[in-house]
Design a protein around this ligand. Structure first.
Ligand code: NAD
Length: 495
């Protein structure tokens, strides 16, 4: 489609605005709402209803009721799976509409929303749908006169609280495995991306998710997010967002019912480039990994650690790619990057860049807001070179298009620098030496290591971090365990 086609669809689309409570559209008890503007050009997208504690309570009680009466939790897994597969087909059919909602609400380029985010959601629903009836339990040989069973039971009511940078993908990673194993789910969306998942929820009801099993609502983090985290009848809380808010969820759990709390948090991931690597590929990917999705990526390769001997060549490639990734109109299909999620976030990025300048470093590329579309929030891909690794710009997550480059002289220094932040989400290792690739990968204190690539993934493999990047990976068969309780049944045999 052309930009004009996407603009026409954006003007025609009519987002859902109420709370999706257990399968029906409802207004909040207290009537709260939020007015939403598109970061593309600042134009109003209208209001959306905001849940408070009372609405959260209604959603949790519907979820509990549905879980206890077994309308979903006790269905044959193949039936749950078939529903998820139908749901994925409906999402695929609504792909253009979902993509345009994502671009409008959070500013990413339409081509990426259409070709990356929508297919990720579709595949996630389908994959967990197909997995639902392939799970088997265990029957250990514990004693001669007993039959013992280890079964995995759905944990109950799951609350999911998600960020705005991949509104469809991340919500899908929470919903699909939880629903596949029979849990009920209450999903709270991020304030900045309130529309696309409401439409997905509606398609879930159309696919046959029974009433009560799924609620999707908007609400302020400190109100609705907190209410879910602190709710005594939520069994599992799965969260993706900042490390600061992740900490709060542990407190909410500790102060309420000790609910299991899974946290996928921030990152400050490094690409480590050794002299024996394919330097052109390393430079291009390092820049891409820092600037893709406007740098609004938990796993962004926001630090480049490059061997002193190849620094100049790699930096040249990085700067060239940074220029090529300048933001454009998100509804223009060829734009490589789009708008920052809102003005507040763009000025937060600007102040972190200003702080780096105050710390004595000048960007070698970017460093300023820009305005490909009047009224929108955009920031140029920015590169700081020869950054002291102790500086905030090399330690703290910017969550914007800002890359800091630091050099190293040997493997030991490379490992020390790569592991030298409080985060542990991901790392890239660039080398053509097989032994070095294995040795360095083993020493990375991260949940994911990419060798000679970055951001590669598939539903078959987990995605998640360690250290202050959290725990409890999304994706893969492992994600199912987060929503299952292990139960032992010991059956004594008597003659
Ligand atoms: P955020 O932590 O500000 O918000 C995330 C969610 O938490 C939102 O739904 C928000 O409403 C809610 N929230 C905010 N304050 C709350 C509170 N006091 N109590 C309860 N809930 C609250 O994060 P964000 O700005 O939406 O997203 C950016 C962050 O998410 C970055 O740190 C990024 O690295 C991280 N992230 C991590 C991953 C991952 O898989 N590890 C993926 C994407 C984003």
């Amino acid at each position: 489609m052309t930009k004009a086609n996407w603009r026409a669809l954006a003007d025609a689309v009519s987002p859902r605005r109420q709370l999706f409570l257990g399968g029906t559209w409802q207004d909040p008890v207290a009537g709260g709402s939020l007015s939403v503007r598109s970061p593309i050009d600042g134009r109003s997208l209208g209001d959306v209803a905001l849940a408070d504690e009372h609405d959260v309570d209604r959603a949790v009680s519907l979820a509990r009721g549905a879980f206890e009466d077994g309308r979903w939790s006790q269905l044959p897994p193949s039936e749950r799976g078939a529903t998820l597969v139908r749901w994925s087909q409906l999402c695929a059919a609504a792909g253009d509409e979902l993509a345009v909602l994502v671009s409008l609400e959070m500013g990413k380029p339409i081509t990426q929303a259409r070709n990356v985010d929508v297919p990720a959601l579709v595949k996630t629903l389908r994959w967990y749908g197909e997995v639902a009836d392939k799970l088997v339990d265990e029957r250990p040989h514990s004693a001669r006169d007993a039959v013992t069973l280890i079964t995995r039971e759905p944990a109950g009511v799951v609350a999911a609280v998600v960020p705005w940078n991949f509104p469809l993908t991340i919500a899908g990673w929470k919903l699909a495995p939880a629903l596949a194993v029979g849990c009920s789910v209450v999903l709270k969306l991020a304030e900045q991306s309130p529309f696309s998942m409401l439409r997905v929820a509606e398609l879930g009801a159309e696919a046959g998710v029974p009433d009560g099993v799924l609620s999707v609502l908007n609400g302020l983090g400190p109100v609705a997010g907190r209410a879910l985290g602190a709710h005594p009848d939520v069994d599992v809380l799965t969260f993706t967002g900042s490390t600061t808010v992740g900490r709060l969820f542990q407190c909410y759990a500790a102060e309420s019912n000790l609910k299991r709390t899974w946290l996928e948090l921030g990152g400050k991931s490094a690409n480590v480039v050794f002299p024996d690597a394919d330097l052109e590929a390393a430079a291009e990917t390092a820049a891409w990994s820092a600037f893709y999705n406007q740098g609004e990526m938990c796993s962004a390769g926001s630090r480049l650690l490059v061997h002193e001997d190849v620094h100049d060549e790699v930096l040249r490639g990085v700067v060239a790619k940074a220029m090529a990734m300048a933001p454009g109109d998100p509804l223009e299909p060829v734009s490589a990057t789009g708008a920052m999620v809102n003005e507040e976030h763009a000025s937060n990025v600007a102040s972190q860049v200003a702080r780096a300048r105050a710390d004595g470093i000048e960007p070698v590329a970017g460093g300023l807001p820009c305005s490909p579309v009047a009224g929108g929030s955009y920031f140029a891909p920015t590169v700081f070179d020869r950054v002291n690794p102790a500086l905030p710009i090399a330690q703290e997550e910017v969550f914007g298009p800002v890359l800091s480059v630091t050099t190293f002289r040997d493997d030991e220094e490379a490992v020390r620098l790569a592991n030298g932040t409080r985060y542990g989400l991901a790392a890239g290792v660039w080398t053509n030496n097989l032994s070095r690739a294995h040795q360095i990968s083993r020493r990375m204190r991260t949940g994911v290591v990419w060798v000679n690539c970055f951001e590669e993934g598939d539903l078959t493999v987990p995605f998640g971090g360690t250290k202050e990047s959290g725990y409890g990976s999304d994706k893969s068969l492992h994600a199912l365990d987060k929503f299952l309780d292990v139960k032992t049944t010991w059956i004594q045999l008597r003659s």
